[in-house]
Design a protein. Structure first.
Length: 336
């Protein structure tokens, strides 16, 4: 990429304390632990406490990322939050974090690209640093999806979880950092994953509430087919833009939606298991938070090395997809 090299200076994540297992879900809807594990790979997920909203989860992740980067909120020029479950329609979660962090110099906005949100946000935010406009950008993916799930709909309530992940982007040694950004969308598929009401087309009425239109509606098999197509496609596109091939992947950090989607991408990329970060068994699909949480845990497990090519790839509501290829600029110390 042209301009200043931009990398991940610090990272942090937070998941709420409460764990909801598949066995708990068996008591809530007509499902079974066996079905969920076999069809998705998920075993449990974290659920926000009643007094926690998305900005509360994002704040803790952001504070941890700043600490990891050895920077203060004062050093941040821009805050971008990717979320489909903000505290409210407006003001943005990013502005709430700007206030809570006391990041008084930072501009702030939210970005909605579904589960690809963190990849989109890093891809776009990195350009503001590469161009010299900003020096440090805080990117957060945060979700409290439990609040927009219909807990009687087994098609959706079993696959999502709550959590937040954050990264501080900034200048790194030349030749390291984000090598390529590949972003895409297929708006025609938007109907397959949406929250139909609560916007200007279907404002909240008694009818929209009674019809449960303020919850996530999903055609799982259509989203699945899209995901299988774009995960490999976007990874290969990103690698090509970076002048690399699939043999150069050091670690793949995919969106954690379904182990079968990850396995199919791995097959297309000829990647062995030890080159793929997977944590969906414990956290389920945390949408925009899934990639940064997985990235943080890869760091904590000592799986990020200087010079290694780390590929983040995702897909989600929109429908959207995208990948980032990053040449990691330092060897991260294992924390677990
Ligand atoms: O981040 C983006 C968010 N979305 C996704 O990533 C979703 C991608 N899609 C998926 O992960 C999968 O499509 C699901 C996990 C959602 C569903 O798995 P599937 O293998 O596509 O199942 P299906 O919807 O085709 O349903 C197969 C059967 C159906 O029964 P019949 O009609 O064959 O008798 C469903 O009614 O499984 C049934 N079923 C369930 N059974 C037990 C669907 N959900 C459940 C459930 N428990 N929770």
């Amino acid at each position: 990429m042209a301009g200043i090299s931009v990398g991940f200076l610090g990272m942090g994540y937070y998941v709420p304390e409460k764990v909801l297992t598949n066995f708990d879900l068996e008591k809530m809807v007509d499902t079974s632990n066996e079905w969920i594990v076999e069809r998705t790979g998920i075993r449990e997920r974290h659920i926000a406490a009643p007094d926690q909203a998305t900005s509360d989860l994002g704040l803790i992740a952001a504070q941890r990322a700043l600490e990891d980067a050895h920077l203060s909120a004062d050093d941040i020029d821009l805050i971008v939050v990717a979320s489909e479950s903000p505290d409210m329609k407006f003001p943005s979660v990013a502005c709430m974090l700007q206030d809570k962090l006391n990041a008084s110099h930072a501009a702030a906005f939210d970005l909605g690209a579904g589960c690809t949100g963190f990849v989109y946000a890093c891809g776009i935010a990195s350009q503001t640093i590469a161009s010299g406009l900003y020096k440090h950008v805080l990117v957060v993916g945060a979700e409290t999806l439990s609040r927009i799930l219909n807990w009687q709909d087994r098609n959706t309530c079993i696959i999502f979880g709550d959590g937040a992940g954050a990264a501080v982007l900034g200048p790194v040694e030349d030749g390291y950092g984000i090598l390529s950004v590949d972003l895409g969308a297929k708006g025609a598929g938007g109907k397959f994953l949406s929250m139909p009401a609560g916007g200007s087309r279907r404002p909240a009425t008694h009818e929209t509430v009674d019809n449960k239109e303020h919850f996530i509606h999903m055609n799982g098999s259509e989203v699945f087919k899209f995901a299988v197509r774009v995960m490999g496609h976007s990874t290969l596109n990103g690698l090509k833009k970076a002048g690399l091939t699939k043999k150069d992947i050091g670690l793949l950090v995919p969106h954690q939606a379904n182990i079968r989607i990850i396995a199919s991408a791995a097959k297309r990329l000829s990647l062995p298991e030890d080159k793929i970060m997977v944590n969906l068994d414990k956290y389920a699909n945390t949408s925009a938070a899934s990639v940064p949480i997985a990235l943080c845990q890869a760091r904590d497990q000592g799986r990020l090395y200087k010079g290694e090519n780390v590929v983040m790839v995702g897909f989600g509501a929109g429908l959207t997809y995208g990948s980032l290829v990053v040449k990691w600029h330092k060897t991260e110390e294992a924390k677990v």
